[in-house]
Design a protein around this ligand. Structure first.
Ligand code: KIV
Length: 272
């Protein structure tokens, strides 16, 4: 159980910034549905990310690109109905903000209006500056995302560690400053060297939340299905599995099949 959750009735963007100032680490996990979101919220997770990883985890697509704005809103509104405390951040999906800043603003407004979430996240650095600023004019908090940005997978061609070379590391650091200046309330850094992530977290005043970015940042995020061990083919070094649900769920399903076939289920007490 989180020790912080009693102190703040509801987690807001200001609370996250206060956590950074006081040195309290921020916990963030993904959520795409009501039942899981309720468990995550009751467990004291500070931020729930309705990530476009739903495209992989929930819909079985190979990349995050196919998920639509309406599908993200469906997932986000299911999560919103479950939450008492956590801050809910929703990914702007691929194709909903890259066109121009007006499109970005309209997509962000649609998410906020139709799902009831608290903030949006988008991928990219200086190239999305104008969109971030325009979304902020509507009073919608924006979280940035740098490093491995899965919506650009076809540009990079691989999911390997980013910003290992000096040029890319310098550009990432500059982009992080651009995002902070543009008004982002927090930043996700995905799969970059720990020393670079630590430098970003030290230089920025806003919270920096890492996934595969080491321990020198202000918080951590993982995909919930990965940390629960429900997905068993994704094995990056940064992933800590807290359970092996794939095996225990599989055993339960096999037992159910056996019980049905053998007429063991339902027994006398399990019927009317
Ligand atoms: O979509 C997602 O789950 C994410 C996290 C990996 C940060 O963006």
């Amino acid at each position: 159980m989180s020790t912080a959750k009693k102190e703040f009735k509801k987690v807001t963007t200001n609370v996250l910034q206060e956590m950074k100032r006081s040195g309290e680490k921020i916990s963030m996990l993904t959520a795409y549905d009501y039942t899981m979101a309720q468990i995550l919220d009751h467990a004291g997770v500070d931020v729930l990310l309705v990530g476009d990883s739903a495209s992989n985890v929930m819909a079985g697509h190979e990349t995050t690109l196919p998920i639509t704005l309406d599908q993200m809103i469906y997932h986000a509104s299911s999560v919103v109905r479950a939450i008492d405390r956590a801050l809910i951040v929703v990914d702007l999906p691929f194709g909903s903000y890259q066109g121009n800043s007006k499109e970005a603003l309209n997509s962000a407004i649609k998410i906020m209006k139709e799902s009831g979430a608290h903030a949006v996240k988008l991928e990219g650095g200086r190239e999305v500056k104008e969109s971030i600023e325009r979304i902020l004019t509507a009073g919608i908090p924006v979280m940035g995302h740098l490093g491995l940005t899965p919506q650009s997978i076809y540009k990079f061609g691989t999911y390997t560690v980013r910003a290992k070379e000096e040029d890319e590391a310098k550009r990432l650091l500059e982009d992080a400053h651009v995002l902070e200046k543009s008004g982002c309330f927090a930043l996700v850094l995905e799969k970059i060297p720990a020393s670079l992530a630590e430098t970003v977290a030290k230089e920025l005043l806003i919270p920096v939340i890492g996934i595969g970015a080491g321990n020198g940042v202000d918080g951590q995020v993982l995909v919930t299905h990965d940390m629960l061990g429900m997905t068993n083919e994704f094995n990056p070094r940064f992933l800590r599995r807290y359970l092996n649900l794939y095996d225990s769920m599989s055993a339960a399903f096999q037992q159910y099949v056996k019980d049905v076939k053998s007429r063991d289920f339902p027994n006398d007490n399990e019927q009317y």
